[in-house]
Design a protein around this ligand. Sequence first.
Ligand code: FAD
Length: 397
Amino acid sequence: MAELRSTDRVVVVGAGLAGAQCVNALRAGGLRGPVTLLGEEPHAPYDRPPLSKDVLLGKADATTLDLDYARLGVDLVTGRRATGLEPGVLHTDAGELPYGSLVIATGAAPTALPGADRAHLLRTVDDALALRALLRPGARIVLVGAGWIGAETATVARALGCEVTVVEAGPAPVPGALPAAVGGAMADWYRAAGVDLRCGAVVASVGPHEVLLADGARLAADEVVVGVGARPATGWLAGSAVELDASGAVLVDERLRTSVPGVLAAGDCVSYPSARAGGRLSVQHWDHALQSGAAAAASLLGADTPYDPVPYFWSEQFGRMVQYAGRHAEGDELLWRGAPGDPTWAVLWLRGGELRALLAVDRPRDLTQGRRLLERGAVLDRALAADPAVPLKSALA
Ligand code: FAD
């Protein structure tokens, strides 16, 4: 049971989804003492998924979360950056802030390409609004990285009439998260949308109006957008006693507690032990930020439930809804449910017949049913599970 006195100030560092969810859950859980939510952006917490979809497309300008901080009695401090941590004191660029308990929710920062200072990154609403202004019909856009954000940005840029080239170092889209057989099925979507997808292509340098590839090819570019992943935004913890892993993620236990008493962490910046996955997980997706923010609050309030949900995310690209749940590992058996050329399909990852993960393309029912099967570690009948006409929930062994 965590020892949280009602007079202790809880400081939540990082005013993103995980931080906002945490302060909301603290109040919903009955905490009466002072709560501060502090973030370096000049905005109140907002949702990021629409940034590479509706905001870039011009259908939305703001995605602010619907929370009334004054009503919640939460002191929301924007435009203030945490710079260091010692027991009981948070250092910021505008002075010190004493705390009783603290939650680290500083998220992740996009990885930049060395020497590509004029390339755009897409993380904040200001990034999205700045990029949107440049996506004019005929503009030559080179996207580096065919990951989730690269695919979504390519989708929007094509819809706005840009000429789009996507440069991917791996053999197929999403090489970090999916095997080439599955990512390869997505390559056709790029081509059908009129995107020039170049896999196995490594960027050598980014010049003022071109991207030079390692094989000598030159790509004319009015704008370059880099989407090659994100790293935990935890540099400000250097020198503190908070333990980080090699990638910079905050190491927490199953109740999201860090190595420093009274300090917890949630969202994109953590690495947590998952009994379900059989190892530590770092998840940089919306659902995890939402759930872990609330779980950190519950943990602070004394709940004794391990944090270990089935990871889930979605991506909207090339007119398709792509959803993934669970976590697969190398060596898991891959089972296709439908063929990649079909309008809808899914792939399942099985281990000894047990469903470990699934990716569904325009098959929301597979996702919903699959998520439940993942929760209970269901073993599937391969022939039934491979038949897209059989509901996944009826494909049990
Ligand atoms: P963040 O949202 O990064 O919030 C952390 C906050 O902390 C930031 O505002 C940051 O400025 C602040 N901060 C950092 N350092 C400091 C400091 N030293 N002091 C004070 N404040 C600091 N996920 C999906 O599942 N599906 C999607 O379709 C999807 N689309 C996405 C599209 C885009 C363009 C992006 C960027 C992300 C997308 N995601 C998606 C991922 C999802 O949005 C993130 O996983 C989620 O926002 C993480 O929330 P968080 O609160 O942990 O971190």
